[in-house]
Design a protein around this ligand. Structure first.
Ligand code: ADP
Length: 939
């Protein structure tokens, strides 16, 4: 005995074979198995044929809400109804009354897309169960046949209305390493169902998080038994769907893929000959299996699998991606305000999606970057051509998604007409591109295939304003199909035929007043007044007698009448047949259309980047292999656009043989340190997608990885302490960065006590300098770190200029060489609106601390740590005053203590043992005195 699922109402865990079903459960048969289903509490005889059908459908889609088509409505029952009522705001009614009342909720069929969309965004799956036969044709006493035609889940949506046109929608599958297996390699595959793009690769297990962040799937299949490897934080944005082990099976995966692609081997796609145990292939197989189940066979667009190889892309880990706000903002996860938002000047949604891919996967191969740059340069230099191309692109439809709809048999006349219009515009693109010489633009020109014959046929076939649904009819042009024209003529009453026939009959009979008319009761008839009764031919049959006239019918007229009456139906059938042929013709041209779509999306992205470069005065960065970075007058690409026009202060970034590989940036809060270091990372990323950048001039060494350890504001809600997150990210950087990486660090060590923080920041900087040697920008408020520049040749100081007058400060946002000498914390507090009393009091305390506890010329113990709230078990420290009067903690305090200095100055050879003992006693006394004073202050 098999039970229908985990849900209490669909299964019965305790049910024993050969025993009677408990109250409220029924046995139904599904795919040759017995399934126990039911609503607990409902008495068994209540299982009507329709409920039985419902239960069977429900059991076939565990985990999904069942939308059960009943006439013009989709209905949900029981728990599903309660959920839907809450999520969709539907009224909760009840199917039966009394003890067996079953909750029910529904909506009109034409609102399917919008309700499914709401269910998906609320994190549910929806199974659509349709009536699959015409209710009119169902024999009396029988119920209409119903079947689940689709299970809609976040990763399997292809409905235009439910998809963001500018964003890819990925379904991924993870096959984790086997527990007893040797390696730590996992298989990962991902598909964009609305376009058919399908990839698979293997990755170290540690990269799972980063790879998922790069791909950004909305749904992810995971091996049932390994569900625990998914971090909770990922579940917020990705729906994880557990799949059984057999779905990831070794041989089944490969066989299913070969069947789908209609090939004999996967070698052609770039996989190894015996790829059946490749975890990547197994993950891809699991995707295909899931799609077969949810899409019910509509998978014609899935025709290849691309192996994903690491190394060709700039790697950016999940945390860095988030904090650099590449595709969405950190705070509210919106596209607006991200780098992608600023770059996206595309005219088509295909272009926007491709740009999203570029930004998520910047390049690392010099040649590939330069090829894109050359194309952008050429478009920039041919402004008029670029403008014309963009003007044309504005009218280009989403060929990729439209083609998929055609291949799935779901495209309507409006979709097909859009494909036709786009195809007809292609010669113009080729014309514009023909004279251009850069490699990429030339190849795009060659890729664009105007599919003339198909384009012309679609143009001839379809009217200008096509309906969305083919059932609406009347979208094939007059003159395209002779028989259709004839049927339509008939449908319209066949005025011409009737006129001709009337004329013919009048001639034949010699009755000039003979008239052919139509009425609903008698149909067509020939009316002859009684005065001409003697001229009526024998083949006229009397139909009706009037006072002064007779009405007749002829066999020809009868035949014609039948044709007219069925013409509408036949015209619709024929139209839909013609439409199917048009769809088939498009499907046959799948490959050239896909390539054309690919070319148009590339052209769109390149033209958009060229336009952006022109409008915002970007420069073409010189790309080199050596790990250097020289940016002159660089601007933050996003802030530059949002700051009031012209107010963003440009800055230089220099890392090469003469400027330190590690640059420490000090300066007050709000000065612009974070902005500067993020700017450097974003400009490098932009350069590596091939884009021009907001700077006057730049030379950028290609980075293999970018690490951005910036803030950790939202981590507490994710259940990790801010400091733990900070250190985890830092550990990754230190372990994974290579000499070619670019690292930006913002305020390392802030999440712990000052001493821990400084010590860690210090040691991390040394480590980066000595071992990793990668380009690093480190913004810090620890002034102590600026001393590092004195010791290490590869470390240099930068600070952000501040203008100070009359106790006021102004941030100039200008990065200048050298260390900052002042913290300005109290100024910033005042600017932030901290009450005046607090600001004034803070100034007093600061002055007091500086005066009382710090000797301007010597260094000695202080109780400053207590004033700053440092706890007792922490080591005591020393403070010193900088030339600017700024109080700082010194890492070298103990060595600089006056007693140490005295020991240094003491000549041991001149001391008698007694003198030595006296001296020792003096020093001890002095230290005891200091310690006592220190303790008194604290208490
Ligand atoms: P910090 O990291 O030093 O605390 P931020 O980088 O967060 O400072 O900058 C604070 C604010 O200063 C930013 O939100 C921005 O409005 C402004 N700002 C930063 N850099 C510049 C600049 N180069 N030009 C103009 N305004 C800037």
């Amino acid at each position: 005995m098999y039970h229908g699922g985990k849900n209490r109402q669909w299964g019965c865990e305790e049910f024993l074979e050969n025993s009677l079903p408990p109250l409220g459960y029924h046995t139904v048969h599904l795919a040759g198995r017995e399934i126990l289903v039911g609503f607990p509490g409902m008495s068994p005889p209540e299982l009507t044929p329709m409920l039985k059908q419902y239960f069977e459908a429900k059991a076939a889609c565990p985990g999904a809400l069942l939308l059960f088509r009943m006439g013009d409505f989709y209905e949900l029952f029981d728990e599903d109804a309660k959920t839907a009522a809450q999520v969709l705001g539907l009224a909760l009614t009840s199917r039966d009354k009394g003890a067996n009342a079953m909750p029910m909720a529904g909506f009109p069929h034409h609102q399917l897309d919008s309700y499914v969309g709401k269910l998906i965004s609320a994190g549910y799956r929806a199974a659509v169960c349709e009536q699959v036969e015409d209710p009119k044709k169902v024999a009396a006493g029988q119920i209409v046949k119903r079947e689940i035609v689709r299970v809609v889940t976040p990763g399997t949506i292809t409905e235009e209305a439910l998809l963001d046109p500018k964003q890819c929608n990925y379904l991924a599958a993870i096959l984790p390493p086997e527990e007893d297996g040797e390696g730590e390699i996992l298989g990962l595959a991902w598909i964009e169902l609305s376009t058919g793009g399908f990839w698979a690769g293997t990755f170290p297990k540690s990269e799972l998080y980063d790879q998922l962040a790069r791909i950004g799937p909305t749904e992810c299949l995971i091996l049932e038994s390994a569900d625990n490897i998914v971090p909770e934080t990922l579940r917020e944005r990705i729906m994880f769907t557990k799949r059984p082990a057999w779905a990831f099976g070794l041989r089944t995966a490969k066989d299913a893929l070969l069947r789908q692609f209609k090939t004999a081997t996967l070698e052609g796609f770039g996989f190894a000959e015996d790829a059946s145990d490749d975890p990547a292939i197994r993950a891809a197989g699991a995707i295909l299996d899931y799609l077969t189940e949810t899409q019910k066979g509509q998978l014609a667009q899935v025709d290849s699998l691309t192996p994903y190889r690491s190394g060709g892309q700039l790697e950016i880990d999940e945390a860095s991606r988030r904090s650099l706000e590449i595709t969405e903002t950190l705070r509210n996860r919106r596209r607006e305000g991200s780098l992608l938002y600023v770059l996206d000047k595309c005219m088509t949604s295909m272009g926007s999606r491709l740009l999203g891919e570029w930004v998520a996967n910047p390049l690392t191969r010099l040649k590939e970057i330069v090829v894109r740059q050359d194309a952008i340069s050429e478009l920039l230099n041919n402004d008029e051509i670029t403008r014309d191309l963009r003007d044309q692109l504005r009218r280009v439809a989403d060929l990729q998604r439209l083609l998929t709809r055609v291949l799935q048999g779901r495209a309507g006349p409006r979709d097909v007409a859009q494909i036709g219009r786009t195809l007809r515009s292609l010669p113009l693109f080729r014309e514009k591109l023909v004279g251009l010489t850069s490699i990429l633009l030339k190849s795009l020109h060659d890729f664009i295939n105007p599919c003339e014959e198909l384009a012309e046929r679609l143009g001839r076939a379809l009217v200008e304003d096509c309906p969305i649904n083919s059932k609406d009819g009347n979208f094939i042009r007059a003159g395209f199909h002779e028989e259709l024209d004839h049927l339509r003529d008939l449908q319209a009453g066949g005025k011409q035929w009737i006129a001709e026939y009337q004329y013919e009959q009048a001639q034949r009979t010699g009755i000039s007043s003979l008239k052919i008319s139509y009425n609903r009761v008698f149909g067509y008839y020939i009316e002859i007044s009684n005065t001409h009764a003697d001229k009526v031919p024998d083949d006229y049959f009397r139909k009706q007698t009037l006072k002064n006239a007779e009405r007749y019918i002829t066999p020809e007229l009868k035949e014609y009448e039948e044709k007219v009456l069925t013409a509408g139906e036949r015209a619709n059938e024929l139209e839909s047949q013609i439409f199917d042929e048009l769809r088939d013709a498009i499907a046959e041209m799948k490959v050239p259309i896909q390539r054309t779509a690919h070319a148009l999306s590339h052209l769109d992205v390149l033209a958009a980047l060229a336009t952006l470069a022109r409008d915002r005065n970007y420069c073409r960065p010189r790309m080199v292999e050596e790990p250097i970075l020289l940016i002159f007058d660089g601007k933050h690409p996003v802030l530059e656009t949002s700051e009031q026009s012209g107010t963003f202060v440009p800055n230089d970034a220099r890392i090469d043989a003469t400027h330190g590989v590690i640059q420490l940036i000090t300066g007050p809060n709000m000065a612009g340190k974070s902005t500067f270091i993020r700017q450097v990372a974003l400009l490098t990323l932009m350069a590596q997608i091939g884009s021009f950048i907001p700077a006057k001039e730049a030379t950028i060494g290609i980075a293999d990885r970018i690490f951005a350890r910036v803030g950790a504001s939202d981590e507490i809600s994710r259940g990790q302490s801010t400091f733990m997150v900070e250190m985890t990210e830092t550990a990754r950087i230190l372990n994974m960065a290579s000499r070619n990486s670019l690292v930006i660090l913002d305020e390392i060590g802030r999440g712990t006590s000052t001493y821990d923080g400084i010590s860690l920041a210090w040691a991390i900087t040394e480590y980066l300098h000595d071992y990793v040697k990668c380009r690093t920008f480190f913004a810090t408020h620890y002034h102590e770190l600026t001393d590092l520049a004195d010791t290490f040749e590869g470390i240099s100081n930068l600070n952000v200029a501040v203008r100070e007058w009359n106790d006021e400060i102004a941030f100039l946002h200008k990065i200048v060489p050298g260390a900052a000498d002042k913290s300005y914390g109290i100024h910033v507090a005042r600017l932030a609106g901290v009450p005046k009393e607090v600001v004034v009091r803070a100034r007093e305390i600061l002055a007091d601390l500086e005066k009382t506890h710090v000797d301007a010329t010597t260094h000695h113990l202080t109780d400053l740590p207590t004033a700053l709230g440092v706890t007792e078990h922490q080591p005591e420290t020393f403070v010193k005053q900088t030339s600017g009067g700024q109080v700082q903690f010194s890492l070298f305090g103990p060595e600089d203590h006056p007693i140490i200095e005295e020991i240094r100055q003491t000549d041991m050879n001149q001391l008698t043992p007694i003198d030595a003992l006296k001296l020792l006693s003096e020093w001890k006394q002095q230290l005891d005195h200091d310690a006592k004073k220190h303790r008194r202050k604290r208490s």
